[in-house]
Design a binder for this molecule. Structure first.
Ligand SMILES: CC(C)(COP(=O)(O)OP(=O)(O)OC[C@H]1O[C@@H](n2cnc3c(N)ncnc32)[C@H](O)[C@@H]1OP(=O)(O)O)[C@@H](O)C(=O)NCCC(=O)NCCS
Length: 156
């Protein structure tokens, strides 16, 4: 556990956080089926390569979270990627996002990885000055393609 701005505490997520994490994810525009969300969270929590770190000031209600992934790329080797980051609408501009990103960087350092990458949707305007202020450098823009396979849905 570590302290960030305004008495918020950072800790690893646990399964009891599922509903709060789903509430925050809904703020990102991903409406959540609570059961499916809890099933996915359970899988992440047993993976050494997919930490989820939350910010809270009362240990129950969450102020934000960052989901991180250790990914092995043939071309570049191991990398840490921020795959989800959201701070509650009501808790923004208190330094919580910055604290969560620092926690991701600390985890990368702890596992011996020197690079943290994040992909930020062009429509998330607030995230661009945020990441640049946190020392990230924009290295490319890209198109993202999706195709449904005959399986008919996404893996859960
Ligand atoms: C981006 C986000 C995580 C920032 O969280 P936050 O806790 O409000 O950020 P912080 O308080 O740590 O901000 C640190 C600095 O980033 C910059 N920043 C943050 N939000 C900003 C905004 N809306 N506009 C301009 N700059 C901003 C500022 O420089 C800020 O420092 P300051 O408040 O002293 O000026 C939050 O706005 C959010 O959850 N947005 C919606 C989801 C999202 O875009 N996630 C990223 C997906 S890749």
């Amino acid at each position: 556990m570590s302290e960030v701005a305004n008495a918020a505490t950072l800790r690893r997520a646990r399964i009891g956080d599922a509903a709060e994490l789903a509430r925050l994810s809904a703020q990102l525009g991903y409406p959540q089926d609570a059961d499916a969300f809890a099933r996915r969270l359970r899988r992440l929590l047993i993976s050494a390569d997919h930490p989820v770190i939350v910010a809270t000031d009362d240990d129950i209600r969450l102020l934000g979270f960052v989901a991180i992934e250790r990914r092995l790329m043939l071309e570049t080797g191991d990398r840490v990627e921020i795959v989800g980051l959201v701070v509650d609408d009501a808790a923004r501009r208190r330094g919580i996002g910055q604290g969560l990103v620092r926690a991701a960087e600390d985890w990368a350092r702890a596992i011996g990885i020197g690079e943290v990458l994040v992909r930020s949707n062009v429509v998330r305007a607030e995230s661009h000055p945020f990441y640049e202020g946190a020392g990230f450098v924009r290295i490319k823009s890209q198109h993202v393609y999706l195709k449904q396979t005959s399986h008919g849905g996404r893996e859960e």
